[in-house]
Design a protein around this ligand. Structure first.
Ligand code: CA
Ligand code: CA
Length: 302
């Protein structure tokens, strides 16, 4: 089965009728729209970011009814393959993102994507590691629920390991599960610090299955080695009693290091951190100060 990206919705609501039914064990190819829902084109600039209609952002394709799924079951989603578009975008959206106070102005970089590389700036070649930013099932609570925050039922998880070769296990909350997905990224760093990855259209091949009565409390992922980075990295740190503040400090320090080493504009270093640097919780035991580190592979610094 092949599902076009026309069947989208922009809120979670278990009253949205399914666009297709899948039997357990079935495979489906799902086209997904980019996170702007087509509002940002390949020739766009920062004005398109400033004019975004947030009622149309983060569309997901679906929902898919999984035959026989009941609340309390586990929905097992195997990501078999994923093709991303030939371009993508990364934006600083005012008021959104970890360093929103540092970077108040809209900013946009469009990347050409080819040969396994995305190029947001001339000569800056970021490896493509495709992933699904938003994937989840309908919540049992009635009514519309914003697409932005992730929940127990999945959704806008932005876990970059949910890509080809990975297995995602979701709790089923309503009969038929009602699975939807979208918000593909050609690349993203752990933390997605500016709020966007390399946002792109995609076609995702999935297989769905059920485990009776085995719903996990929250989503569980089995990763694939291609999502693991192994190159030598520059790692900056944030240290203190508040993990969010430490995450900001580590990111701010990375932006400063990259800008100083390369001459890149700080806002572009921020976008680069969002698509290629990984935030890690390094230590949460040496009270009262915790450590967040931000890792960027040195190969990206030329
Ligand atoms: Ca997302
Ligand atoms: Ca996104």
């Amino acid at each position: 089965m092949h599902i076009r990206r026309t069947g989208v919705h922009t809120a979670w609501d278990n009253a949205i009728p399914p666009i297709a039914s899948l039997a357990p064990g079935a495979e489906v190819t799902v086209e997904t729209a980019d996170a702007s829902g087509g509002q940002i084109g390949a020739g766009a600039d920062a004005a398109a970011v400033a004019g975004l209609d947030f009622g149309r952002v983060n569309p997901v394709t679906g929902p898919f009814l999984v035959e026989g799924a009941e609340p309390g079951d586990a929905l097992v989603v195997d990501v078999l393959d994923m093709t991303v578009g030939d371009w993508g975008w990364t934006a600083n959206i005012p008021g959104f993102g970890l360093l929103a106070d540092d970077f108040p102005d809209p900013h946009l970089r469009v990347s050409a994507i080819s040969g396994g590389v995305a190029e947001p700036l001339p000569g800056l070649r970021v490896p493509v590691v495709p992933m699904i930013g938003t994937i989840g099932v309908a919540p049992p609570e009635p009514g519309e629920h914003s697409i932005v925050p992730p929940r127990r039922w999945g959704g806008n998880l932005d876990i970059r390991h949910i890509g080809p070769g990975a297995r995602l296990v979701l709790p089923v909350g309503v009969p038929g599960a009602l699975l939807s997905l979208g918000d593909a990224h050609a690349a993203m760093g752990d933390g997605e610090v500016c709020g966007t990855g390399v946002e792109t259209e995609a076609a995702v091949r999935l297989r769905v299955d059920l485990r009776r009565g085995a719903a996990p409390a929250t989503p569980v992922i089995e990763t694939h080695p291609r999502a693991h980075r192994t190159g030598a990295a520059l790692a900056t740190t944030g240290i203190g009693p508040d993990l969010m503040r430490a995450a900001r400090d580590a990111t701010r320090a990375l932006v400063g290091e990259v800008a100083a080493r390369t001459g890149m504009a700080p806002v572009d270093a921020y976008l680069l951190a969002s698509i290629a640097a990984d935030l890690k919780i390094s230590e949460v035991v040496d009270a009262p100060n915790w450590v967040v580190s931000a890792h960027l592979e040195l190969s990206l610094l030329g």
